[in-house]
Design a protein around this ligand. Structure first.
Ligand SMILES: [Fe+2]
Length: 424
């Protein structure tokens, strides 16, 4: 893998800032697992989710494989057998255990994985100051930040399986969200918009090339849909009315007897990192699938935005008013080892990833990079939908206006939510 294979350089940040971010990211991953036992950290609740211990190890495998093995003179792998355990999906890096079998790894122990992490973090120190490696290091940090979010959503799903409803953090619930009014609207007159990542700063390859799109006049809600509004949708028979649903969505509802968001209980509680808690009707609804988001939007007489409409508003191309851009590091995002929970915040970023109606496809001119890093995004551009923004479990500073998250339309264990759009 070579530097030139990365689409975008970490041009804005100096090596010292990069080194600080590297250390902070490694430390945050470890701080998040501090409340977990070895058993908590080793179980796998479904194929989509990985054990917390596996995330700790896989992110370490990434640094060992792409940085230390390639660029640290004389570096020897901590254990020659471990790449088979902790490679995720990189075909170029060889065979690996089945994804669904990650929960079978009772060994190495959590303590052994944490010790390996410490060694790899330390071995990285001399490389952090090398400007020739800054692009790869920026990629490795962004990669570990993505796994921090997955670690949080995966352990939530695992703890939810336990009838005792264990809390990851025994903390008091946050204050209730403020009463919300009917949403206001960001309006856009339509026209040619420029979307995609610009040259400055790190971005994943799937965010470019920057290009033009044609928008018709539209409006985007200035807040997310809430738990209370979702309860109205349920009370109105939303899950039982085939007319509201995409055909694939209706089949999914029927087949899986879906009648509420994931983690909802009929008594008004939902499962959180603090265990079972009362739902706040004014907080944004979360853990919904694309199918559910689409059905709700139809029920509400609206629709989901396209990813380009969303980006145009996020960039501040807010019609004739040229409103200021929304702060990608603003809103309710992860700032440390604390339980993430949507709370309702202003701006386009934070609380929940927001479904769009856009298929996850390559932009005009997109080319898959050569080498293992080329397997990062491009090969997943089939059958998935784009989500925009950032969630309460996204490391603050990770997202951008051009950031494209993507999941299959039935998946809902991430902090997913929706913001309505409509034709003007
Ligand atoms: Fe990964």
């Amino acid at each position: 893998m070579h530097r030139s294979e990365l689409q975008n350089a970490e041009s804005g940040a100096g090596p010292r800032r990069l080194a600080e971010r590297f250390r902070a990211t490694r430390a945050l991953t470890e701080a998040l697992v501090a409340p977990l036992s070895d058993a908590d950290a080793s179980i796998q609740s479904m194929e989509d989710a990985s054990p917390a211990k596996w995330h700790l190890a896989h992110t370490t495998w990434f640094w060992e494989t792409f940085l230390l093995r390639e660029h640290a003179p004389g570096y020897r792998l901590h254990d020659e057998r471990w790449p088979f355990l902790f490679n995720s999906y990189y075909e170029a890096e060889g065979a690996r255990i089945a994804r669904a079998a990650r929960g079978m790894l009772s060994r190495p122990t959590l303590a052994e994985v944490l010790a390996w992490r410490g060694q790899v973090t330390e071995a990285m120190e001399p490389l952090l100051a090398d400007p020739a490696l800054s692009d790869l290091i920026a990629l490795g940090i962004a990669h570990e930040e993505q796994h921090i979010e997955l670690l949080l959503t995966d352990i939530k799903h695992a703890l939810f399986q336990n009838p005792l409803g264990p809390a990851m953090w025994e903390r008091e619930a946050p204050p209730a969200a403020a009463q919300v009014d009917a949403p206001g609207w960001h309006t856009h007159p339509g026209g040619i918009a420029r979307v995609g990542h610009q040259a400055e700063g790190f971005a994943f390859d799937n965010e470019g090339p920057r290009h033009r799109v044609l928008l018709e006049p539209f409006a985007l809600a200035d807040r997310l849909v809430t738990n209370g509004e979702w309860a109205d949708f349920i009370a109105d028979g939303g899950y039982a009315d085939a007319r509201l649903w995409l055909a694939d969505g209706w089949g999914w509802v029927q087949q899986n007897a879906i009648a509420a968001p994931l983690y909802w209980r009929e008594d008004g509680a939902h499962f959180t990192h603090r265990g079972w808690q009362a739902r706040d009707p004014h907080a944004p609804v979360t853990h919904i699938s694309h199918f559910e988001a689409d059905a709700f939007a139809t029920w509400a007489g609206a629709r989901l935005p396209t990813e380009f409409e969303w980006e145009a508003i996020a960039r501040g191309q807010d019609g004739a008013t040229s409103a200021p851009a929304h702060d990608p590091a603003g809103g309710n995002q992860l700032g440390g080892a604390a339980p993430p929970l949507p709370a309702g915040s202003a701006g386009l970023f934070g609380d929940c990833w927001q479904f769009t109606r856009s298929a996850y496809l390559p932009y005009p001119g997109f080319r898959v990079a050569e080498g293992a890093v080329g397997e990062y995004n491009g090969k997943f551009m089939s059958g998935q939908v784009v989500l925009r923004g950032a969630s309460c479990a996204t490391v603050r500073g990770h997202s951008r206006p051009s950031y494209r998250n993507f999941f299959y339309p039935h998946q809902r264990w991430q902090f997913t939510g929706l913001r309505l759009a409509k034709d003007a």
